[in-house]
Design a protein around this ligand. Structure first.
Ligand SMILES: NC(=O)c1ccc[n+]([C@@H]2O[C@H](COP(=O)([O-])OP(=O)(O)OC[C@H]3O[C@@H](n4cnc5c(N)ncnc54)[C@H](OP(=O)(O)O)[C@@H]3O)[C@@H](O)[C@H]2O)c1
Length: 337
């Protein structure tokens, strides 16, 4: 059978600092037929996520780096074109690690079937996918807020932040969102119902603004950014506060280390708990979380925004845009109809 040609985006050079479109290369290569237990997939939607910045670097990480010349890793929603795996049929919609390419051959065990009648299929990369699961587990199972707690969400208008803040609201908390533009603040407050919002780019005195907003301190901090924002929150932690570190995006493109005040003493005085989080560690409980997230979605109790960009060839610029804050909500490339 004639092999199909696949367009893929590979890593051309390892970025130093913020990635450039020149660090990526669009290539065209034949794709093999699926072997036993595998399926041939056509990518419909590609997820762009901050973790990919770590994967195209060769610094020590929790997963091996993408090699030069290799396709960039990434979550996808795809349509099954050919199946050599029981339980998967042509036309099925699935979510899996397809990467930055139009076609992929994957083992059926790495795929999750997506029900297109439940919600638009792209949501399997956002509210009903990895970011939704991150928000759910980090807030409800690690931070474990109680009603009335003050919860600070950094990256508040992003894929995870928009959901984490709403889950904290459903738990009866007072939510303060921190984000980098006034449009994002308006979205967090008017659409998502956050109680207070702060534009960190316009607030050099972030620590004292937080003290005024919550004089009794911050009970929960979801830290996806690190750096100066986290420094300001650490100085405002309440007694027995919980800090969940999910990411440090402010550090990911630095060429020189970000030196600042040492804030560990705040943990001592507040007797706070600080815990690193990786969504994959919670995989065995994904179905329970997805059931609750889809229930809230169907009931209109959570809202979400997607920042969709057309065309695989635009993935590098959209990725750089997401790292720079151009997105409102989950960043997704629409690869095919
Ligand atoms: N540990 C896990 O399992 C896990 C899973 C998913 C995500 N994460 C992490 O969670 C964080 C958010 O991920 P996401 O997918 O929801 O991304 P996102 O928030 O949708 O997009 C990234 C956002 O980061 C913000 N940002 C960029 N540079 C910044 C800086 N110097 N200071 C403060 N904010 C900055 C930008 O928003 P502004 O306009 O507000 O600056 C940008 O929109 C990332 O750190 C990611 O690595 C971790």
């Amino acid at each position: 059978m004639k092999q199909q040609l696949n367009r893929k985006i590979t890593l051309k050079s390892r970025p130093s600092g913020m990635p450039r479109v020149e660090d990526f290369e669009l290539r065209q290569e034949p794709v093999p037929a699926p072997g036993p237990g595998q399926v041939l997939l056509q990518t419909l939607f590609l997820s762009l996520d901050p973790y990919m910045r770590g994967r195209i670097s060769d610094a020590k990480n929790y997963a091996a780096p993408v090699g030069l010349g290799e396709v960039i890793v990434g979550g996808t929603v795809s349509r099954v074109l050919e199946s050599a795996a029981p339980g998967f049929n042509k036309g099925d919609i699935v979510e899996g690690p397809g990467g930055w390419q139009e076609l992929s051959v994957l083992a059926a065990g790495s795929l999750r079937k997506v029900d297109p009648d439940l919600a638009p299929p792209s949501t399997a990369l956002g509210v009903l996918g990895m970011p939704g699961l991150t928000a759910y587990f980090s807030i409800l199972h690690v931070a474990r807020p109680i009603s009335g707690d003050v919860v600070v969400i950094s990256g508040a208008a992003g894929a995870v932040g928009q959901l984490a803040g709403q889950i904290a609201k459903l738990a009866g908390c007072i939510v303060i969102g921190i984000a980098g533009s006034d449009d994002k603040l308006e979205y967090c407050q008017k659409t998502l119902g956050f109680d207070h919002v702060i534009n960190y780019k316009k607030t050099p005195e972030l620590a004292s603004v937080l003290t005024k907003l919550c004089p009794a301190g911050v009970n929960v901090y979801l830290d996806g950014v690190g750096g100066a924002i986290s420094q300001a929150v650490f100085g405002n932690l309440a007694f027995k506060a919980r800090v969940v570190i999910i990411g440090q995006i402010s550090q990911s493109n630095l060429v020189e280390p970000d030196l600042g005040p040492r804030s560990m003493r705040y943990l001592l005085t507040s007797r706070a708990r600080i815990e690193g989080f990786l969504v994959g560690d919670w995989q065995s409980r994904n179905s329970e979380a997805l059931l609750r997230l889809s229930g809230w979605l169907k009931a209109g109790q959570i809202q979400y925004s997607e920042h969709q960009v057309d065309g695989l060839e635009n993935a590098p610029s959209a990725f750089i845009g997401m790292l720079s804050g151009a997105n409102l909500g989950k960043t997704i490339v629409r690869v095919a109809d």
